[in-house]
Write a protein that binds this ligand. Sequence first.
Ligand SMILES: [Mg+2]
Length: 302
Amino acid sequence: MIAFCSVRFPFWLFGDRFEVIAYQSFLNSLLLVFDFFFFFSDLDDTLYPLSSGIAAECRKNILEYMLEKLGIEESNLLELCTVLYKHYGTTMAGLKAIGYNFDYDDFHSFVHGRLPYETLKPDPVINQLLLSLPVRKVIFTNSDQAHAAKVLKKLDLEDCFDTVICFETLNPPSSSSREDNSANIFDIISYLSKPDPNVDLPKTPILCKPSIEAMEHALRIANIDPQRTIFFDDSIRNIQSGKEIGLHTVLVGTTERINGADHALESLHDMKEALSELWEEAEKSEDDKPSTKIPIETTVVA
Ligand SMILES: [Mg+2]
């Protein structure tokens, strides 16, 4: 399956060459005025609070998938799930790494298909804050496209983002011809209890946060400059990877700043107060904007 990411660039159309040059000059001055030109945000537990219960249900469904679909012993489930998440970014990436054969879409539909989306409600506060911020806004989530679309719809934030980078954007469809190799599963728990210096942990074929490679790839696809980008995520390790590649970072879900976070916010509702310079600069520039603007819709195929 190919993921199509809709990208709406903040371009304006003009009638003649003079106006094009004037617009380019305006755009350049805007780039100089803004410290940040891109808004790059995680989805789950960042655009909505952890207290929604979605994350807990998600984990429950992952455990059920491991038990029912992959036949993993119940006594090992919790430890394996935690170890894989810790070492590979997501449990799914870890399951693939250690040798489990399953279809990505099957996993996603099982894990997300029964989530209580009804607990998510429209968020007019974040909607207005995002719409008032005249920079390109990009979602970067490890979740699949269907889940991201449902969450954005429930929160009424569908029109607030220009691009969604999701699981399918970074990962080609899983191969259906792969043979079942359940007999050759790498025993990661035994390995970690007594690591063998001659054996490396198996690599995952899945590209996901917090890997630096995944984050840099997402930035390239969205065509955004990390030095001019503000990055929001509720995960400490994602924030730390983001800092490593030059993003300006905001940890969401707590006011306690950790190493790697430039800011920490309890909720995105607080972002205007905490990051007031973004809106102040936007308001200062408002008078200089050309009066006619027509957004151009383009498409990136990942
Ligand atoms: Mg998150």
